[in-house]
Design a protein around this ligand. Structure first.
Ligand SMILES: [Zn+2]
Ligand SMILES: [Zn+2]
Length: 436
């Protein structure tokens, strides 16, 4: 009898909570749907006027003006062009950060859309086209709509929302600093202190209406590397008087491939070791003195990241030593991204929110992605959840849909409102869970 009473009351409170959530979810849904044409207009404007990392001057001005018009407290000029909006709810509660990135890429657009970019600029000393070829235009438009919707719900908001519009996710020119790492250094997760962060990435090879996610290691942690092999130069006709750095480099390249096949537990997490550049010598009959190799290391746990770096150093230096040469290894050489790691507890807690928003059948577990994301710098400091939003037209083929960073990259705009609803509901549901 007692047991059934408890069951009755807990069922009653769960149902009441679900009904309450349903009211809010419906409100969010209709507000997002009403904003659809505005979201598309914002996105098209950003698309037509893309700016490279750390140069998002026009872009950030539009965002700052929009946030100010909503009565949101705005900070500008963070990590060059970053914009942060703070929306303080009327009720106490946690601080939820939501992040969008703002930069385009040095790609010449080839899509037939009427708002295609014709922008040209100088990058790395060369004239290049500029294109939102990763979909960051849609991330900004989505987050601007989220800010608009949540600002109308200020009186019911149990906590504070921090809107982070971040420059230079795609990296910067050599020698510059930027992106999430700099935003974190400049204190974007402080004052007020962020409790949790959510972010999304549109995906050109996932169908509109779908959300994909993964708990734990979601996108790879990346270290780039430089290996310099030094030997002794000689005439190509008399190799016995050389220490040939080209032959040593060939051995190193092959030996490095045993790290993934023999040192990484491939049943747990994948890893990648790639040498992408090899430079040495300039003639057929001269054995050069040295060879430079550049490469990338990708893994999904901090432990694997450490293991990859240690094994590359051992293999390169010892292989060289065995041949009388030397190898100097720099890891990272010029850039490092941590693993984009979705806090497993947070992911489990927020999964019902995504399922409720998109329909459970549309929220799919995805394999890990060996690309990287600088959202990981926020997740190093606070628990975070980063998920993917479908942007491929319904019925499209993920194998042939143009991938990100290519001139034909294309996004179906009908998927944007789902992103808006998902970020609104994650925020509201997280705040509601903190009240219990
Ligand atoms: Zn990208
Ligand atoms: Zn991107």
């Amino acid at each position: 009898m007692k047991k059934s009473c408890i069951l009755f009351f807990s069922l009653f409170s769960l149902t009441a909570l679900a009904q309450k959530n349903d009211v809010v979810t419906t409100q969010v849904s209709s507000k997002a749907d009403a904003l659809q044409s505005q979201i598309i207009a914002w996105r098209r404007d950003f698309h037509e006027h893309p700016e490279l990392g750390n140069h998002e001057v026009r872009t950030s001005a539009i965002i700052a003006k929009h946030l100010q018009s909503l009565g949101i407290q705005v900070q500008t000029g963070i990590a060059t062009t970053g914009v942060v909006g703070i929306l303080k709810g009327d009720k106490p509660g946690p601080v939820v950060a939501l992040r969008a990135d703002m930069d385009g890429l040095p790609v010449i657009e080839r899509t037939p859309v009427p708002f295609a970019s014709k922008v040209k600029t100088i990058y790395n000393g060369q004239e290049v086209g500029v294109m939102h070829a990763c979909g960051h235009d849609s991330h900004m438009a989505i987050l601007m709509a989220v800010a608009q919707i949540l600002s109308t719900m200020k009186s019911e908001l149990h906590g504070t929302v921090k809107f982070i519009f971040q420059p230079a996710e795609e990296g910067v020119e050599p020698g510059q600093k930027g992106g999430a790492e700099e935003m974190v250094k400049e204190g974007v997760l402080q004052n007020p202190k962020v409790d949790v962060i959510f972010g999304l990435h549109i995906n050109s090879q996932t169908e509109v209406g779908k959300i994909t996610y993964r708990p734990g290691g979601t996108m790879a942690g990346v270290n780039d590397m430089q290996i310099i092999v030094k030997g002794r130069s000689a005439h190509g006709a008399y190799p016995w008087s050389s220490v040939d750095p080209i032959v040593v480099s060939a051995e190193i390249i092959n030996n490095l491939q045993t790290i993934v096949s023999r040192n990484i537990n491939v049943t747990e997490n994948p890893a990648v070791v790639t040498i992408g550049a090899i430079k040495g010598g300039n003639r057929s009959n001269i054995i050069p003195e040295s060879v430079e190799m550049l490469g990338t290391l990708r893994s999904f746990t901090a432990a694997d990241e450490k293991l990859l770096a240690e094994r590359v150093k051992q293999i390169a230096t010892k292989t060289a030593e065995a041949q009388g040469a030397t190898a100097e290894v720099k890891i990272p050489y010029s850039n490092h991204y941590p693993v984009t790691f979705n806090d497993p507890e947070l992911t489990q807690k927020m999964l019902p929110s995504l399922q409720h928003t998109a329909g459970a059948q549309n929220v799919l577990l995805r394999p890990p992605v060996t690309g990287a994301e600088d959202f990981s710098f926020y997740q190093e400091k606070v628990p975070g959840l980063f998920f993917f939003l479908g942007g491929m037209p319904k019925g499209g083929n993920p194998l042939t849909a143009p991938s990100h960073h290519t001139p034909d990259f294309y996004i179906d705009e009908s998927g944007f409102t789902l992103g808006v609803k998902a970020l609104c509901n994650l925020t509201l549901d997280y705040m509601a869970s903190a009240q219990q």
